[in-house]
Design a binder for this molecule. Structure first.
Ligand SMILES: [Cu+2]
Length: 153
C-alpha cells in the first residue's frame, strides 16, 4: 500500500494516527488509533517546537536513541506555533527538502500542524543500526537547527 503525501496529510491531520512500518517488507500501512492494538516495546515522546526536537527526559536537539528489533512507537507532539515535519535519514538535501538516504523508506515523512499530535511505529533491523538523523524540512527549519541525531542501536 502506497500512501502519497496528500493522503498521508489527510489521514494524519490533527488526529493522532499510527503508521506501522514493516521495513523488511518495504510497505507502510496506516492504522486508525481506535483499532491500533500493536504491542509496543518502547514508546518515546518527542516534542517539536521552534526549532527543535526534544525527547522526553532529554535536552532539545540531544540524540534520540532507538533499539533495533523492537516495536518502537514515536509519539510526536507539536507544541510550537507552526507546522513541523519529521524526516528520518542522513545526508540532508536542502534543495530537495529531504534526506538523500531515507531511513524510513518507502514512508516519506510526517507533518504535524501546530498543536497536533501523531505517532509512528517502527521496527528497525540490524542493518539499520547506526547514526541517523531526524529533521524538519519545512523551509528554513532545518537551517535553523531543527534536527537531532537519531541512533538505532
Ligand atoms: Cu519545523
Amino acid at each position: 500500500m502506497n500512501l502519497n503525501r496528500r493522503e498521508m496529510l489527510k489521514k494524519t491531520g490533527k488526529v493522532a494516527g499510527a503508521i506501522t512500518l514493516a521495513s523488511m517488507v518495504g510497505t507502510a500501512t496506516f492504522t486508525r488509533s481506535a483499532s491500533a492494538h500493536t504491542d509496543i516495546d518502547q514508546e518515546i515522546t518527542i516534542t517539536m517546537g521552534e526549532m527543535f526536537f526534544q525527547a522526553d527526559g532529554q535536552g532539545a536537539g540531544e540524540a534520540i536513541r532507538v533499539p533495533a528489533n523492537q516495536v518502537v512507537r514515536l509519539v510526536f507532539k507539536n507544541e510550537g506555533s507552526v507546522l513541523h515535519d519529521a524526516h528520518f535519514g542522513k545526508d540532508a538535501d536542502l534543495d530537495g527538502r529531504k534526506y538523500n538516504d531515507n531511513l524510513s523508506a518507502p514512508f516519506d515523512m510526517l507533518e504535524i500542524p501546530a498543536g497536533g499530535e501523531a505517532w509512528l511505529t517502527f521496527t528497525f533491523t540490524d542493518d539499520q543500526k547506526g547514526e541517523w538523523e531526524i529533521g524538519c524540512f519545512q523551509l528554513g527549519h532545518y537551517e535553523a537547527g531543527m534536527s537531532a541525531p537519531f541512533i538505532v542501536e
